[in-house]
Design a protein around this ligand. Structure first.
Ligand code: MN
Length: 736
């Protein structure tokens, strides 16, 4: 026991020293004393705690601080806060203690971090938590940066969690933390979060891809070497110091490419990017990048549509780089990224890397646009009227969106999410300009409100004092800001109409001898089947509901004893499912209600997860189902572990949908149906074939007994000819 403590203490000191080493560059005189004080406080307050792995708890905060310093490049304040990020939540140390020992700044950041984590274990919907998190984040970006470090370390050590906890944390990570890291320009962290998330949500697939990537490594490296060789020769002549390397894509990006483009591993495994990093003086870096561009495109022909110039106009998260895609040896497209050392640091480490290069003029511009972005987020969150879930979806969309840039008539540059319309542009200028927007002139030509902004457009907004937002606008605006402002304005208008309705309803009630009480109103709301009091009053105010025809006596007196059937029974059902237990699907001895989700149609053999719906039944999804991941990250507490019974129910059949694509040839449809119905005796529920210019797409709904059965069938079908591709697909959209 004593020995163990000794070696643990030694390890703690070791880890602490490593932390000091990696934070050296950012420290000023006296900083070590402050960091040491934070370390000792964390050490002492966590001294009795252990992690799930059995390790001393203090390993975690030290690791988080190290990620902050080493992988994001944060300074002393952040290191201190990372060391102390769990003390207020988990130990007796208070915020006041921290304020006293360290200062206001530190106390505020730790307060933010505590608020984020404090809400996770409660049963409030995750979306609401995210909203709180974003609100805190908008005050000091370091809160979210440290939170990302915390999440990264938790993901790196996730194997010690229970399966259910793993799924929840991994889905949440993929759903919000990876996009956040992306938006903040932390590409290295984003990639690692995505890969780790896949590792836990789809372990078998992840291991398979990893294995296949390894197996093809040598082949890839050989190609990269042959691609680089002629470039090196000419770069030497240019006389700039450089580094050139080839990087394979991450497992997650290979996976998403396979899914989104419906490709096989063989079609994507050789994707990689060549990166040329130049050691240039700040004043030469742009010119050097373009010189290298011209050298490379002199050797290999570029695809003119794939030139991305983020050195003239950086992305709003600060990303600067020059990308081109060229035709390499053996007829293969290769993406080439050209950037300076400074740009590379920013690309990998993001925001904080700016601080290392303070002297550079572009830095000012980029951190300004990040500030603007945070200001926008704050505005959206504070003004938001929509419910938390809508908000989250919209917010996420904006995180991932690609950007377009356009100019005002005076030449001011505006960056907007790709797909933004002239109306979004108007709202971006000012809320009032958006609300009064009639149309726009783009490059001198009149366009409608729904015109999609293109890169380089010059946009002049036309307004009218009589214009006001209407509901149709919501169908084409893209930005959260525009959406929220329009919704807010519509709601204000609705409230005004509702208040007229309320007045006349309450007058009518008073005249008939009823009081305007919540109880009475609830009866009316139920009777007319409207959402709420506001809706009821609005309908009366706008005349949709004729108040003369409301028979108050009938509704308010006679419906007294109406009892909605079934409500009580439902609740007991929920209890019986016992969320902490594992559901074994198809085991007749366990009695519970479940349905197989229509969005992903799980069949025996698929990895599945249960999800308790609002109605109290359990829906079984595949763990890789987009809807399920969405739900799991938003309502982690409703997840229920599930697996198929070992003895699959052999008499039952499950529905699966597959898509077949290929080159149209005579008799193909009959070959397909032949294999399915005659050779394999599978029951087809529906079949549709469409052909277009010599290619075809077929969709087949089949009844199969399990995954093995389906896979057997799919491999038979892909054997028909070499151009046929068979994929399992999800068909319907399911929201709960
Ligand atoms: Mn933590």
């Amino acid at each position: 026991m004593k020995n163990e403590n000794l070696s643990e203490n030694k390890e703690i000191v070791n880890k602490y020293r490593q932390l000091l080493r990696v934070s050296k560059w950012s420290r000023e005189k006296g900083d070590v004393i402050i960091i040491r004080k934070a370390f000792e406080m964390a050490m002492e307050s966590h001294s009795q705690m252990r992690r799930k792995s059995g390790e001393p708890y203090i390993y975690h905060p030290i690791a988080v601080a190290r990620i902050a310093a080493e992988e994001i490049g944060l300074g002393t304040t952040s290191i201190v806060c990372a060391l102390l990020h769990d003390v207020v939540e988990d130990t007796d140390v208070t915020l006041d203690d921290i304020r006293e020992e360290f200062g206001d700044k530190e106390a505020n950041i730790i307060d933010g971090l505590t608020k984020i984590s404090g809400v996770y274990d409660t049963h409030s919907p995750q979306a609401e938590n995210f909203r709180k998190m974003l609100l805190t984040m908008a005050n000091d970006v370091r809160v979210i940066l440290i939170k990302l470090c915390d999440r990264l370390h938790n993901m790196r050590t996730l194997e010690h969690m229970s399966d259910k906890g793993q799924l929840k944390i991994a889905s949440e990570t993929n759903f919000i933390y990876a996009p956040l890291a992306h938006r903040l320009g932390l590409y290295a962290i984003k990639t690692e979060l995505e890969d780790l998330s896949l590792k836990y949500t789809q372990p078998a697939l992840y291991q398979d891809l990893k294995h296949q990537l390894n197996a093809t490594k040598e082949q890839r490296n050989r190609y990269i070497r042959s691609f680089i060789k002629p470039i090196k020769v000419e770069l030497e002549e240019l006389g700039v110091n450089y580094e050139i390397k080839g990087r394979p894509k991450s497992i997650y990006s290979i996976y998403s490419k396979m899914i989104s483009k419906k490709l096989e591993f063989e079609d994507v495994y050789d994707l990689f990017a060549i990166r040329v990093i130049l050691d240039s003086e700040p004043e030469d870096e742009k010119m050097d990048c373009w010189n290298v561009y011209s050298i490379i495109t002199g050797i290999f022909k570029p695809n003119p549509e794939r030139l991305r110039d983020w050195i003239s106009i950086p992305k709003s998260n600060g990303y600067e780089s020059l990308h081109t895609t060229v035709m390499g040896p053996k007829g293969q497209w290769v993406e080439v990224q050209i950037r300076s050392k400074r740009m590379d640091a920013i690309a990998e480490k993001g925001y904080a890397a700016h601080w290392k290069y303070k002297q550079h003029k572009n830095t000012q511009e980029s951190s300004n646009s990040l500030d603007n972005w945070l200001k926008q987020i704050r505005e959206i969150i504070e003004n938001q009227e929509s419910n938390a879930l809508d908000f989250l979806d919209e917010f996420k969309m904006n995180l991932y969106a690609k950007e377009v840039f356009a100019f005002t008539p005076k030449g001011l540059l505006k960056k907007l999410p790709k797909g933004s319309t002239s109306l979004d542009f108007a709202f971006d200028i000012h809320t009032e300009v958006g609300a009064k927007c009639l149309g726009a002139k783009v490059n001198g030509k009149l366009v409608p409100l729904s015109y999609e902004i293109q890169n380089g457009d010059q946009v002049e907004i036309l307004t009218s004092a009589k214009q006001k937002p209407n509901k149709d606008w919501l169908s084409f605006v893209k930005t959260s800001k525009a959406k929220n402002k329009i919704k807010q304005s519509l709601k204000d208008e609705k409230r005004a109409v509702a208040s007229i309705g309320k007045e006349s309803l309450s007058r009518k009630m008073k005249n008939s001898g009823f009081e305007y009480t919540t109880q009475n109103l609830n009866k009316l709301v139920r009777f007319f089947d409207v959402d709420d009091e506001l809706e009821l009053n609005y309908k009366i105010g706008s005349g949709t509901l004729d108040k003369e025809k409301i028979k108050l006596h009938d509704i308010l007196i006679e419906t007294k004893s109406v009892h909605k059937p079934g409500t009580d029974r439902r609740e007991t059902k929920t209890e019986k499912t016992n969320p902490s237990k594992e559901l074994i699907i198809g085991d007749a001895s366990i009695n519970f209600d479940y349905v197989l989700a229509a969005c992903c149609n799980p069949i025996p053999g698929d990895q599945v997860v249960g999800f308790i719906t609002v109605g109290g039944e359990v829906k079984i999804h595949q763990t890789n189902c987009k809807n399920a991941q969405n739900l799991m990250s938003k309502y982690g507490y409703r997840i229920i572990k599930a697996r198929w019974a070992d003895q699959a129910i052999s008499t039952e059949y499950f529905e699966a949908t597959i898509e077949i694509t290929g080159i149209d040839s005579l008799g193909l449809v009959s070959k397909v149906t032949d294999i399915i119905s005659k050779q394999l005796k599978v029951n087809m529920k529906s079949i549709s074939f469409e052909s277009l210019d010599g290619t075809f797409v077929g969709k087949l709904k089949l009844n199969v007994s399990d995954k093995h059965h389906l896979e057997q069938l799919m491999s038979e079908l892909s054997g028909i000819d070499q151009y046929i591709k068979v994929n399992r697909v999800a068909l319907e959209h399911d929201t709960n």
